[in-house]
Design a binder for this molecule. Structure first.
Ligand code: AMP
Ligand code: ZN
Length: 437
């Protein structure tokens, strides 16, 4: 196979050179981080007063971990390390209880991010002859604008279709000869079943490849999408705290995701002891971003569970590969690609006085997509035989939830005392989606 590299010098950089680049960047990022009140306190406590405190990559382990909770505590500007006037963009992701984590970008940050995404896209064999339909949410979510800019950088014709509306997606594909798409794996499966229902013939499409990410999926799901749509599917991993897409991506070997070690330092730790796991073992991915000046984040606990492949990749890239992400070490749910913490739902419903004490969050498959149902008991003073106020309450809960979690759930109201009570620890989430990871 002939491999193509966007930035061959960096993608095939010998490990010793890559590590000295990392050390140099880590020093620079530490200096930047020391400008924020949070890291000034944390790093000083750890005995790191300036960048000279980082003498080797081993010193990374002296830096304390950063959690999503920490980032929330700095909302809105606590982690900003350059003058506000130098910031040209922000993105945000869900917090554990509604407060988002916000990431800022300088102009240079955006161009660095864009070249990492371009590197991912180009490495799958795409080039400027391709037509790229970006079927993912635009807006505060990084997947839309991140892939959009990366696609343009490669020189592809980018169609900013956004997600949803399958009929329009098909029309765009047919009208403009789309060859590459980006979507969540569940949306790709949904697209395929709608194609069959609407009688769209595969031969009327020029599709060759898809980038699928933002949520966990199995190797079987990949093969299924590839078989049904006759395309190559590449796994795309990223998170907003680390810019978004462009953190780790599969090359044409489609066997593990190269994590771009000139932009990130990756560690895998045991989520309980926080000690590094043995090479190749599964644990929690911890990332330090080396390629952003406006919002430095050191040793971020991603909560994503994965491990490294230990053998080198046939493509010749020297950056290590992550195994498919199999799950999380916290309770975050990913529903059609959107992150939702059960605590966000609880916060919304418990703030409403008509709602009783017991509730249940149900996540299940509805065709290829995920469906969220929130079942809540009503307070003892509410009668279940009076439909009008109940309908109004249901609508109000739905609207509040949608405003908080950006998902429109089904809401079911149940009589006071009628939802099952579990012995011991309450079971608030029932996730019946098949997990064949
Ligand atoms: P966000 O910050 O909204 O971009 O969400 C990031 C989270 O989405 C990650 O921490 C993962 O839990 C999940 N995620 C993103 N890409 C993938 C992927 N390819 N496989 C599994 N999970 C993913
Ligand atoms: Zn490779």
């Amino acid at each position: 196979m002939k491999y193509q590299y966007w930035n061959e010098q960096f993608e095939k950089m010998p490990r010793p050179d890559l590590e000295s680049w990392q050390l140099q960047r880590l020093r620079a990022v530490t200096a930047t981080a020391l400008r924020t009140p949070f890291y000034r306190e944390r790093l000083t406590k750890a005995g790191i007063r300036n960048e000279a405190g980082i003498k080797s990559l081993e010193d990374l382990r002296r830096i304390p971990f950063t959690t999503k909770q920490d980032l929330r505590s700095g909302f809105p500007y606590g982690f900003l390390s350059i003058p506000r006037e130098e910031v040209v963009r922000l993105h945000a992701s869900s917090g554990t209880t509604g407060t988002p984590t916000t990431i800022y970008f300088s102009r240079d940050d955006l161009s660095r991010w864009t070249s990492f995404v371009a590197r991912c896209i180009y490495g799958t064999g795409c080039d400027k002859t391709d037509v790229f339909q970006n079927m993912i949410t635009y807006g505060l979510f990084t997947g839309g604008l991140g892939f959009h800019a990366g696609g343009e950088e490669v020189g592809m014709l980018v169609i900013p279709s956004g997600s949803g509306n399958t009929a329009r997606q098909f029309r765009l594909m047919q009208d403009f000869g789309t060859t590459v798409v980006h979507a969540t794996p569940s949306f790709l499966l949904h697209v395929e079943s709608r194609m069959r229902e609407e009688g769209v013939r595969r031969e009327s499409l020029a599709l060759k490849r898809a980038f699928a990410g933002a949520e966990p999926y199995s190797e079987d799901t990949r093969r299924r999408i590839e078989g049904l749509l006759h395309i190559d599917v590449y796994n795309s991993y990223g998170l907003s705290e680390m810019n978004g897409p462009g953190v780790a991506f599969e090359c044409q070997c489609k066997n593990g995701l190269h994590i771009w070690e000139d932009g990130y330092i990756a560690e895998i730790v045991d989520p309980q002891t926080l000690e590094p796991v043995a090479d190749g073992e599964t644990g929690e991915l911890v990332l330090t971003i080396l390629c952003r000046e406006a919002t430095p984040i050191l040793r971020y606990r991603t909560r994503d569970l994965t491990g490294f492949y230990t053998e080198p990749c046939p493509c010749g890239r020297t950056h290590r590969r992550l195994r498919r992400i199999t799950g999380r070490s916290d309770d975050m749910l990913i529903i059609n690609g959107v992150n939702v913490f059960p605590s966000q739902i609880e916060e919304v419903i418990m703030a409403m006085k008509e709602v009783g004490n017991n509730y249940l969050i149900v996540v299940e498959k509805d065709g290829a997509l995920d469906r969220l149902t929130v079942k809540t008991e009503v307070g003892p003073e509410i009668f279940m035989d009076d439909a009008r106020p109940l309908n109004a309450l249901r609508d109000r809960i739905r609207a509040h939830l949608q405003a908080s979690i950006s998902i429109n759930p089904r809401v079911e109201l149940h009589e006071h005392g009628s939802l099952p009570i579990s012995e011991g620890k309450a079971v608030r989430v029932k996730d019946t989606r098949p997990r064949d990871l």
